[in-house]
Design a protein around this ligand. Structure first.
Ligand code: FAD
Ligand code: SF4
Length: 513
């Protein structure tokens, strides 16, 4: 073979122009590697999902006539890392050139760029996955500068002509958030559709992980429920458009403990399929827009706009922030947070009902929806000043869709406000009141959400004020936060003291909460 083409585990894009060429002299390589299983402790479902999808992709490519080498951990156990594996294979197969798609993770991009492969030539091409070509990122983002997501999103809507009516937003509004984000009432619970689950056999992969003593977290359910082929990914997309999209925006921020389907609700669960590139974002948005246009009014514009905003807006936005700000971004700790992550993040045994649900569900399914990640676990880590390195590692390991380019700006930026405001202009800090408004967790909790200072008071209430007081100097400058401090100043000094004392107790006894 003259050329070796590397396909990383998150580059399973059958639509890539590579596969539209005559490539008789090309060897495609897809390899399971210890460097990928070990850079953070991953959820077992995450590794099984990636490895199964890689195997299926290799299989599909060879069926289509391409020369494919699929290597398992057994085959690569003596290869110290990716560059050395590639060098060995080039020797074995006499390849003079290595080609790879631009990796989405800085870690891998740097590793491949910096390694000296000579005399073998290397060539990097676009992954052809995102809406924004890699080389256009710098036109929209600047290092260390906040770019408002809403502005970026509007530019993307115009550039790609998505949900537009000539140069105006379809329906006359850019944003339908005000119509969305309802709480689930008791009467809504029975109508929540069951999620579409698959049943792939991943026992051989699990046995391989055990044989190689790969350290994992979480549980492996049998059968394996996540999509691992393009056909399964398309089924999940079609299922979403038919059953979940009609209420997607409406219940996007809602949480409940009282439904069999509490963990999935109206969310698409498409992040894994998109992040390993089995689905293209354009294809996902097009399916949602087609469903909207053909729904005879069953799906309203607010639902589909809410969904498009997540993909064309947030997903492309965090990628831009990541690439403009790496590698420094990974070191930011603006608020100087340094407490250790409490042990219940690894088993879920805490008396805080909201946290217990989010963590247990994450360990069981390798999934939590956005508000659980942002306003339950994320908010708790923010208020208790957990070291952002530990917060990152937890998020990066536990979720099936976690890849650093998308995890890092969400965690360090959006939830921990550790990036001096590159992503968010103010912290997403909240007391128990927010959780109580958006969920039914509080009624089943050991703690009292309406109390602030008693022994049974919801810890988030005092922790919230403690956080706001501690960072007053930095935050009070923000006009959107002024009101919060005026409310604090109105409270009696006794109440203020008691609130801060309760917060200090919670911080000192964080393991017992
Ligand atoms: P849906 O609710 O159905 O949303 C549709 C799609 O929109 C998602 O599949 C996703 O591709 C995209 N999307 C929505 N919100 C975001 C966002 N904030 N950033 C980027 N894309 C978004 N998403 C990941 O894909 N990988 C991660 O590692 C990840 N880590 C996160 C960590 C934290 C602390 C937070 C607050 C969010 C994180 N997210 C991450 C974003 C979001 O929570 C997930 O994309 C979403 O929960 C995936 O579930 P879903 O496919 O059902 O999403
Ligand atoms: Fe969470 Fe507080 Fe509500 Fe308990 S009372 S579920 S800790 S917000």
């Amino acid at each position: 073979y003259s050329t070796l083409r590397l396909i990383l585990g998150d580059q399973l894009n059958a639509q890539h122009s590579w596969f539209k060429q005559d490539t008789k002299n090309v060897l495609y390589v897809i390899a399971e590697l210890r460097q990928e299983t070990d850079y953070a402790p991953h959820h077992i479902q995450k590794i099984c999902g990636f490895f199964a999808a890689m195997e299926q992709f290799a299989h599909a490519l060879s069926k289509a006539g391409f020369n494919v080498l699929h290597l398992t951990l057994d085959d690569t156990q003596h290869d110290a890392d990716l560059p050395r594996l590639l060098t060995r294979l080039c020797q074995e197969y006499q390849c003079q050139q290595i080609e790879y798609q631009q990796p989405d993770e800085y870690r891998l991009a740097k590793q491949l760029r910096q390694h000296d492969f000579s005399p073998i030539n290397t060539r990097c091409v676009d992954s052809e996955h995102f809406m924004l070509p890699f080389t256009d990122i710098a036109k929209y983002f600047k290092k260390d500068k906040h770019v408002t997501m809403e502005h970026f999103y509007r530019k993307m809507r115009k550039r790609f002509d998505i949900l537009m009516d000539n140069d105006q937003p379809l329906g006359g509004q850019w944003n339908y958030d005000a119509d969305n984000r309802a709480k689930l009432k008791k009467t809504d619970l029975a109508a929540i559709p069951a999620p579409l689950l698959f049943d792939t056999d991943v026992s051989a992969i699990a046995a391989r992980l055990a044989r190689h003593q790969v350290n994992t977290i979480g549980k492996l359910t049998a059968p394996f429920i996540w999509p691992v082929t393009r056909s399964q990914a398309r089924q999940l997309l079609a299922y979403f458009c038919q059953y979940l999209l009609p209420n997607f925006g409406r219940f996007q921020d809602a949480m409940t403990a009282n439904s069999q389907h509490s963990w999935s609700l109206y969310h698409s669960r498409l992040s894994f399929a998109m992040n390993c590139k089995m689905l293209h974002p354009q294809q996902v948005m097009q399916a949602a827009m087609d469903a909207y246009h053909h729904s005879n009014g069953l799906i309203n514009l607010a639902q589909v706009e809410g969904f498009v905003r997540q993909i064309l807006g947030w997903r492309e936005y965090v990628r831009g922030v990541y690439w403009m700000n790496m590698p420094d971004y990974k070191t930011y700790n603006t608020l100087g947070a340094k407490r250790d992550l409490p042990s219940y993040f690894w088993h879920g045994q805490t008396k805080m009902n909201c946290l217990k649900h989010a963590i247990k569900q994450s360990l069981e399914t390798a999934y939590a929806h956005h508000i659980q990640r942002l306003m339950v676990t994320g908010n708790f880590c923010l208020l208790t000043a957990i070291n952002p390195d530990q917060v990152d590692d937890w998020y990066l390991g536990i979720y099936i869709d976690a890849i650093e380019w998308v995890e890092l700006p969400n965690t360090r930026g959006m939830t921990q406000f550790a990036d001096h405001g590159i992503v968010a202009t103010k912290p997403y800090s909240a007391s128990g009141n927010y959780i109580n408004k958006m969920s039914d967790y509080c009624s089943g909790c050991h703690y009292q959400v309406k109390e602030k200072t008693s022994e049974n008071a919801c810890p988030l209430n005092s922790l919230y004020w403690h956080f706001m007081v501690e960072h007053r100097e930095r935050l009070a400058k923000n006009p959107r936060i002024g009101m919060v401090y005026r409310n604090w100043d109105k409270q009696s000094s006794d109440l203020q003291q008691a609130t801060l004392a309760r917060a200090k107790w919670c911080l000192t006894h964080i393991e017992q909460l």
